[in-house]
Ligand binder design. Structure first.
Ligand SMILES: [Mg+2]
Length: 230
């Protein structure tokens, strides 16, 4: 519990935090993204691949580059790029709904993926009802600009919108850069280590912006006080 006696508010990432995307989904997303860039711009596959990677690195989401540089509709692009059926591809730890329900405090999903995809994954995992609100990449607009994770401005915007002080909020994530952003916004952080996360290899230590490192969401429940200062 926090100093005010209130339970924390948990902000959960989706991919490689609540389920295992490295199994098959990441490759499907990359194929879908490339196809969506090809279709939207009428370019060949190598050009589309280059643009996809370039925009993902520069903006944290390919869609943002497509909107900013080519005037493509975010909604249409996200539907094109994530049009595959995720259900047969989903792999996750068992009993996730029960585990999340045992964790005291409100839960909010914050993902750089599109909302319709996030909803489909949560529904299939039977954990959609565990979340009070969902933030997808199309919601991540701060002062008219797309600001996905790890934007500190985004984190502050979400907390303000959710009516939560940073001290009460905990981000649970596999991507270290996003955890660093959350810490800069004054939040506490839980790193869910996933070997399939880019740049995860060899990171066996705990950086100073990470309060707790776990290997699964279930591990959170094994902690009596999951994160110091609660
Ligand atoms: Mg992730």
């Amino acid at each position: 519990m926090s100093a005010q006696g209130k339970p924390p508010v948990w902000l959960f990432d989706l991919d490689n935090t609540l389920h295992d995307t490295s199994h098959k989904i990441f490759s499907e997303i990359n194929i879908g993204m490339t196809a969506a860039v090809m279709e939207s711009l009428g370019v060949d596959e190598p050009t589309a691949n280059t643009l996809r990677t370039k925009y993902w690195r520069r903006y944290g989401a390919t869609m943002i580059g497509m909107v900013r540089h080519h005037g493509i509709s975010a909604h249409e692009f996200l539907h094109r790029s994530h049009s595959f059926d995720v259900r047969p591809l989903i792999r996750a730890e068992r009993g996730l709904a029960a585990k999340l329900n045992r964790l005291p405090g409100r839960k909010v999903l914050v993902t750089n993926a599109p909302l319709h995809y996030a909803r489909a994954v949560l529904k299939h995992l039977r954990i959609l009802r565990c979340f009070d609100s969902l933030w997808g990449v199309e919601e991540m607009r701060v002062h008219g600009h797309y600001r996905p994770k790890p934007s500190v401005a985004l984190m502050r915007y979400i907390l303000a919108h959710e009516g939560v002080s940073p001290r009460r909020a905990i981000l649970v994530e596999d991507t270290l850069d996003n955890l660093r952003g959350a810490r800069c916004a004054g939040m506490r952080t839980v790193h869910v280590f996933h070997p399939g996360t880019p740049f995860a290899h060899g990171k066996s230590g705990r950086p100073d912006f990470v309060d707790l490192r776990v290997n699964s969401v279930g591990h959170l429940l094994l902690q009596k006080r999951p994160v110091r200062g609660q």
